[in-house]
Design a protein around this ligand. Sequence first.
Ligand code: ADP
Length: 492
Amino acid sequence: MAKNKQQKAKASKKKTWDLSPAPESTSHVQLKKKYELYIDGKWVKPTSGKYFPSINPGNEEKIADVAHADAKDVDKAVKAARKAYDNVWSKMSGKERGKYLFRIARMIQERAREFAVIESMDGGKPIRESRDVDVPLAANHFFYYAGWADKLEFAFPNRKVEALGVAGQIIPWNFPLLMAAWKIAPALATGNTIVIKPAETTSLTALKLAELIHEAGVPPGVVNVVTGFGDTGAEIVNHPDVNKVAFTGSTNVGKLIQNAIAGTKKKSTLELGGKSANIIFEDAPIDQAVEGIVNGIFFNQGHVCCAGSRLFVQEGVADQVIKKLKNRLDHLYIGDPLDKNTDVGAINSKEQLDTIRKYIEIGKNEGNDIYESSCNMPSKGYFCKPTLVLNVAQSSKLVQEEIFGPVLTVQTFRTVDEVIQKANNTPYGLAAGVWTDKGSKIFNLTGKLRAGVIWANTYNRFDPVSPFGGYKESGFGREGGLHGLEAYVKLA
Ligand code: ADP
């Protein structure tokens, strides 16, 4: 009898369908074997002569070698940016700057397929995400800020608007091209010049963007791309001739940066970690909500700073939601990021995979009920099964700390006040999701949840017009929209 039950359970976990592989072709992609630094409109070798490999996390193969910039290279880049600011960019009319931004936007659209494939190869995210989200949004950001370049007087009526000068920008690995667009587009629209550093595991789309910016005829020195690790980032932050530091990344590094620039005149915006709550009420459209939860945390391997990584379900529907969620987890496709059927791609690096596994281990040791998807796993590459952490306490490390992986904690609640308290009870405040049939509940919660972005009956939706940013340890300053312009100007 017991054996029969086990067999039944096993059978119910089997996939209901199998899809033939549908990998996106890589034959059109043009990648160099070795990438230099893009400084003053030229490709230059790093002073140290050092390079590091960029690895495809989906198959653990090297894609290219990338230059490691040191203090001398960063100094060269900042000097080039200063010269371009003084002689060219700050003197150019907004209308002319806007034309360059429009050109960049259109060229990203023309090469969308190539950018999407490289993003998935280098970062591990499913091609569906990079094709439908990252690349179109990156182009839209350039279009949006191109429109503002000659209208700054309307953005800030009755104020005198001045650029800041040289912007040092440091970006993470979760949305490499999109984060570059978020940083570069508003800075150029407002008349600043740039030294930007992509993350060490995902430099390639930023380097391709440098090629595109070069072809777009952007004057030398206006955008400089230096690649490297944290040491390269620190050189940008500490350079005395950088006027503004824009950073997206971990809260720990954000704190280091804030310390480093304290007492200087450098302006800064920091977009840091998150531990965002996704809240499901009993009156929510349950199937839609379950899909929203999956989209919020699993489709992008949890590699989204605003990932809905804490689920709160009202008690009356908890069993139903958890059952549907487990079923959905078992039918996710995990594997080749370039396959159009893939739902969950590769974890960005071996180090990140180890970090996620460490957290799952902590969860097990704490005695939580851990549910891992029964989906098939590829034999090579850095992959992690989508995981639920059930019966978990508010004080658990897994509820309090950012994991940055496909791990969802699940807690229940009874009343609105209780869930507001629980949702706000982390050091972060980046985003939240509310699922309910009642508009009044949505308005009540949006006023009380301490999160920069709150989605209602949807999750992870972005638009260049909407500002994005956090409360508490999730950082300060806003990117996107009018607010995003303010971060790059002096107003008199
Ligand atoms: P994550 O945990 O998401 O990898 P990090 O904060 O470590 O985030 O990295 C985000 C970006 O910050 C990367 O480009 C990284 O190279 C850079 N970085 C890391 N350490 C420092 C530092 N001390 N100063 C400036 N930049 C840094």
